[in-house]
Design a protein around this ligand. Structure first.
Ligand code: ADP
Ligand code: ZN
Ligand code: ZN
Length: 745
């Protein structure tokens, strides 16, 4: 008997399965991990398939050394998924298989933990009788009482209840009453999330109508849904009821959230209702805890998994449902290799495993909404908030007028008045400023020189506080002291421009010195449980004003927030990216949706230099449909995705000429391929060799070849060929081929 093994090495020469023979008496299955000899070394691998025949010389075939576990680590549906991903993204199987395992499991960096455990060997009644008879040793009787429940107890646990139990346990063991052995124990993560009780809501009409469509699909053959519900319409209850039904069908569920630290409420609701059946995968798990949670899922002990992007690969047995909450979030796209979109993976898994899919958002991505309109997903609408609370009143403030009136601060008069009133009324406010730091750039008044990061072609941000008055690069973290004279012309008139969250915080404190103000951005949330502490302070009311970057726009539910202010709404609109309009609409609508979720109605103030822009007005009206129609039309006319595919070949090198020549070389090859395949060439709308807007990043020069392609089978074939071209390393340059990259900069 032989087996094909994918050896866990990522190298183009090893990107194929190797054949090994299976020694007598060893039983292996597809998906099991094995140790195999590889060259002079021992390597880990995954069994791809078993076969009885081979064309290889049997003399030359080496033997599998041993299985690494006695179970299948990658169950069949995930093996098939890894194969599909490898095929579609032209990526080695060894790499896609890695996504299916806890990282630390590879190379044996985490192990099963065992502990000494005691268990009763006689009938419980017998133990209780002996305990009652025992007059000498209180310890012996106490131990017998505990163990009479028939469960195994670790020695550690027994020692917490009975002081120094060792001798007494040895005695009990020698009497043959108990057995002490090393047993596997699971590390249960210390839970940073509170557990919330089931509030036992009566469903709203919207929730009921959505569930009337979803529940039959869960009972039957599965379905795909796009749940478009306005902010505060109660989407979470719909997920919860769907998960409950899934469990009733003895199936499992995966709930994906954009970022687990920002969804503590969702997690505590799930913990409260599904208890130990729920596994929470978050970034603060230790490798051991992560490994044990993964095994709990694989064994079917945990049947509901909540986590961010990578939780979509959880080995949930008998999968019945995947929910993707806030499906428009870009965090569902992985930009590391192998690149994937968790929503596409969810679609693929649901199809293969007969599970249902719920994508949910108040502002669905253009792509998903277009698919729903085409009939790929069933569209479920929840147009009203829970309890028929009104959507907040939104006003647009023209910041040009503020400037004309001599207001040079970041807060408009309107927002100042609203903040003060909100605070005086004992209510809470959230302020969005989508940039951290104090000033966004430092520049010379005389010659216009802008201080940029020496490693990146990006302006440095000025931070106050902990990194006391230093300039910082938001891409590579480089710190430097601000120059006192212009490095270019020597002039002393160095000025600081553009505001960030720190500046907003300072002005709010000045305006309302007695208010509790907290700031949530990358700088304040890096510590252990940084998000949790800030959110808890705000929830409890100890702080009344929360200032933050887009982090604060993501699905938070604080009923006492009645005011939301957006400081600089145009910031994203001006980015050179075809998605900037979509992202601006989503961010504004989402953050506006944080207001008025409780009994008191909400007000939203959006400060902008483009109050006439259509996007600003759709967001102000929270009119998703109008936004969608407008943006869909614009994409069709401009031939942007989803009507086309944007692709680019990116080269990065410490030497600019190398990046340039690498891209020039790839361009020649691409054009040669197209000359050979005129049918592919018809689908190519544009090829542009260009310098990206960020010319240097982390010390590397960059150059890219942008291609705009029509969506077609020929394009798939063409992309396959380009992937192959790009897998050949270039001289002194790294080459990336990206399809619809998250950013074009
Ligand atoms: P969404 O995700 O759609 O913005 P949530 O699921 O966060 O909305 O729900 C908004 C609020 O309404 C939450 O505080 C939630 O507890 C509450 N809620 C949800 N459903 C009901 C219901 N049927 N009755 C009363 N309150 C509800
Ligand atoms: Zn100068
Ligand atoms: Zn930098």
């Amino acid at each position: 008997m032989y087996c094909h093994v994918i050896v866990d090495i990522v190298h183009e020469n090893v990107a194929k399965p190797f054949i090994y023979s299976i020694p007598e008496g060893m039983e292996l299955c597809r998906g099991q991990r094995v140790a195999v000899p590889f060259g002079p070394r021992e390597k880990e691998g995954i069994v791809l398939n078993l076969t009885e025949e081979t064309d290889y010389d049997p003399e030359k075939i080496r033997e599998v050394l041993r299985p690494l576990e006695d179970y299948v680590a990658i169950p069949e549906p995930l093996m098939a998924l890894a194969e599909e991903m490898a095929f579609k993204t032209h990526c080695p199987l060894a790499e896609t298989l890695r996504l299916m395992l806890p990282a630390q499991m590879r190379g044996g960096r985490v192990r099963v933990r065992t502990e000494k455990t005691a268990v009763l060997c006689v009938a419980p009644e017998e133990a209780l009788r002996l305990a009652a008879e025992d007059r000498r040793s209180g310890k012996r009787a106490a131990l017998l009482h505990i163990l009479a429940d028939g469960e195994s107890h670790t020695l550690k646990e027994l020692a917490e209840q009975v002081k120094d139990p060792r001798t007494a346990l040895q005695k009990l063991e020698s009497e043959g009453l108990i057995r002490v052995s090393e047993q596997e124990v699971l590390r249960r993560p210390g839970d940073p999330f509170a557990v919330a009780a089931d509030p036992g809501y009566t469903l709203t009409e919207g929730q009921r109508e959505a569930l009337e469509e979803i529940l039959p699909a869960l009972e039957g053959r599965g379905g795909k849904f796009l749940l478009h519900g306005v902010t505060g319409s109660g989407k979470t209850e719909v997920f919860m009821a769907s998960v409950r039904e899934t469990l009733r069908q003895e199936k499992g569920a995966i709930i994906l959230v954009p970022e687990i630290a920002l969804t503590p409420q969702m997690v505590s609701w799930f913990r409260g209702r599904f208890g130990p059946q729920a596994a929470v995968i978050h970034s603060r798990l230790s490798p051991g805890e992560r490994y044990d949670e993964w095994r709990r899922i694989l064994r079917g002990d945990a049947r509901v998994v909540i986590g961010a992007r990578s939780a979509v690969f959880s080995p949930v047995q008998n999968l019945g449902l995947i929910v993707v909450d806030e499906e428009h979030e870009t965090t569902y796209l992985s930009d590391r290799h192998p690149r994937y979109d968790a929503r596409d993976i969810a679609v693929s898994r649901c199809g293969r495993e007969g599970a249902s899919l719920i994508l949910a958002s108040a502002t669905p991505s253009i792509l998903s909404f277009a698919r729903a309109r085409r009939g790929d997903y069933m569209l479920l609408e929840m147009p009203r908030r829970v309890g028929d609370r009104p959507l907040p009143e939104v006003s647009l403030i023209d910041m040009r007028t503020e400037l004309e009136n001599g207001n040079r601060t970041v807060l408009s008069g309107e927002l100042r008045r609203a903040l003060t009133a909100c605070f005086r009324n004992g209510e809470q406010a959230m302020l969005l400023m989508n940039r951290r730091g104090y000033n966004s750039f430092v520049s010379c008044r005389s010659c216009g020189y802008v201080v940029k990061c020496p490693n990146c072609d990006i302006s440095m941000t000025y931070h106050i506080g902990a990194s006391d008055g230093l300039l910082r690069c938001h891409y590579c973290g480089t710190l430097m002291r601000p120059p006192s004279a212009c490095p270019s012309c020597g002039s002393g008139s160095i000025k600081y421009f553009g505001a960030g969250t720190q500046k907003v915080e300072e002005e709010v404190r000045k305006l309302l010195p007695e208010a509790g103000v907290s700031r949530m951005d990358l700088d304040t949330t890096s510590g252990k449980d940084g998000h949790g502490k800030i959110l808890e302070e705000f929830r409890s009311g100890r702080t009344q004003i929360l200032i933050g970057t887009q982090m604060i726009a993501k699905g938070l539910d604080f009923p006492r927030v009645t005011l939301v202010g957006v400081i600089a709404a145009d910031m994203m609109l001006n980015l050179p990216d075809y998605r900037s309009r979509e992202r601006t609409f989503q961010l504004l609508t989402q953050v506006a949706g944080r207001a008025g979720r409780g009994r008191r109605p909400g007000t939203v103030i959006i400060q902008t230099y483009h109050p006439e822009d259509r996007i600003m007005n759709y967001a102000a009206r929270q009119d998703y449909r109008a936004f969608f129609e407008d943006e869909f039309r614009r994409r069709r006319q401009g031939l942007y995705p989803p009507f086309t595919i944007l692709a680019r070949i990116l080269a990065e090198s410490p030497a600019e000429e190398q990046a340039e020549s690498a891209v020039a070389e790839k361009e020649r090859q691409v054009r040669a391929v197209l000359e050979e395949h005129p049918d592919w060439a018809k689908k190519v709308l544009l090829i542009l060799n260009d310098v990206p807007s960020v010319r240097i990043l982390r010390g590397k020069y960059r150059r890219h070849l942008i291609m705009k392609l029509l969506v077609s089978p020929e394009t798939d074939a063409f992309c396959g060929a380009v992937t192959e071209l790009c897998s050949v390393p270039a001289e002194e340059a790294e080459i990336w081929f990206e399809l619809n990259p998250t950013t074009m900069m």
